[in-house]
Design a protein around this ligand. Structure first.
Ligand code: MN
Length: 414
């Protein structure tokens, strides 16, 4: 009998699916959150000590064990027990010191590893499982999603596989994937799943559209931050808000119910893990998080609470468009206008209510970034732009042109 204990996310559950394909009814699979694995392994080791069935094998995937359980597994293996732990997390690398530990961040061919792709390779090497085109595809989507490579690889189906995983219960996901992976020669979603995913995508789009209108902007320390309250779809939301507002250094998503703050950035010059660490959290350069302690609550929730949300750039302009050579007009919270235009030198300069501001920038993007960060500006609609230009034009006519009386006389003379 095989026993597989695995993580309860897509990568972990996909290990369970591979195990069921390989071992059929000869495997017992359990899924765990990071913190509940140790107790489960402890129970297993106690049971084995009582039952004495040396042919049993324990597989642990996508998770690591505590030092205490590590020592117990060592004793168990020394006395003839069978254990194999496969993982791809940096924090598990020390387990490679044991013959039962196999932790790899990369495959031998250089691809970044996931637990599922490592297990797939391992099962083939033991001849427990034959590769197939549908399995290759499924395992690759899981790997791309789990390693965050799907976006760079442009493989949206990998993300949709993860969406489907969270739309179904783990049992239903397992059942659906198992029948597909045993059968068809290539892996694809069926009609029901496509429908489900489309409904979900529509829902996410509406949610993000609403949240975009709720975001506020402020400086915290040196960084210009977009702040939004949200409980779901953090990745999708942060990616949309980040791309739509490249002038923001990062996006902070507050979940007051869960007392958590997620930090995301699209910029290479930013490391949000550093920011999360200031408040006792951690994570990766592009995605990190921390618990909402008193300081976080004060800086990110209480102090910016009175701020108005950031209005969106007018989306459907024909005339007032970014980088236009005729000048680009912005509104600001104080109802003043900022006009960006290219001066004779080719640099972009700004006028604040018809007064020149004391800076210029080599590119439109730099100029816009500055006025969005420091003036909270947004692109105004065409009708305001036309009104602004016509007032300007009239004023300059009234100031600048004198009637040519000589010319008038000539016409009278005719
Ligand atoms: Mn994983």
């Amino acid at each position: 009998m095989f026993h597989l204990y695995s993580h309860n996310d897509l990568d972990g559950v996909s290990c369970g699916i591979l195990a069921r394909l390989a071992f059929g009814s000869k495997v017992e699979v359990r899924y765990h959150a990071v913190h509940s694995l140790n107790a489960q392994v402890e129970r297993y080791l106690l049971q084995q000590a009582e039952q004495n069935q040396p042919e049993n094998m324990l597989l642990i995937t996508d998770l690591a064990v505590s030092p205490e359980i590590e020592a117990r597994i060592n004793r168990f293996v020394t006395s003839g027990g069978k254990v194999m732990l496969l993982d791809h997390h940096k924090t598990s690398l020390h387990l490679n010191a044991h013959e039962w530990g196999s932790v790899h961040i990369h495959h031998e061919d250089g691809r970044t590893a996931s637990a599922t792709s490592l297990l797939y390779e391992y099962m083939q090497s033991r001849e427990w499982l034959q590769p197939s085109p549908s399995l290759d595809q499924f395992v690759e989507w899981v790997r791309l999603y789990d390693t965050w490579e799907w976006e760079k690889a442009g493989e949206i189906e990998a993300k949709r596989l993860n969406d489907l995983f969270y739309l179904l219960s783990p049992e239903e996901f397992e059942t659906r994937m198992l029948s597909r992976l045993q059968g068809s020669s290539h892996f694809a979603f069926d009609e029901f799943e496509e429908k489900l995913l489309t409904l979900e995508e529509d829902k996410i789009e509406r949610y993000i559209r609403r949240k975009r209108r709720e975001m506020t902007q402020t400086f915290i320390g040196e960084e210009c931050v977009g702040i939004v309250y949200a409980e779901s779809y953090h990745s999708e939301l942060a990616s949309e808000l980040g791309k739509g507002n490249p002038h923001l250094d990062y996006i902070a998503i507050l979940n007051l119910g869960g007392r958590r703050m997620s930090l995301r950035t699209i910029h290479d010059h930013m490391d949000v893990a550093d920011i999360a660490k200031r408040y006792g959290g951690g994570g990766h350069a592009k995605a990190a998080g921390c618990t909402m302690n008193e300081e976080v609550f004060r800086l990110y929730a209480a102090e910016p609470f009175e701020l108005d949300p950031l209005p969106l750039d007018a989306p459907r302009n024909a005339y007032n468009v970014k980088a236009s050579e005729h000048g680009v007009l912005y509104d600001t919270p104080g109802k003043s206008n900022i006009l960006l235009y290219q001066s004779g030198s080719g640099n972009w300069t700004a006028e604040w209510d018809k007064e020149a501001l004391p800076f210029d920038f080599p590119s439109f993007e730099d100029a816009e970034r500055h006025i969005k960060r420091h003036y909270g500006a947004w692109l105004c609609r065409d009708d305001r732009y036309v009104q602004f230009l016509s007032e300007h034009w009239l004023r300059s006519r009234r100031r600048g042109l004198k009637p040519d009386l000589d010319e008038e006389k000539i016409i009278d003379d005719l």
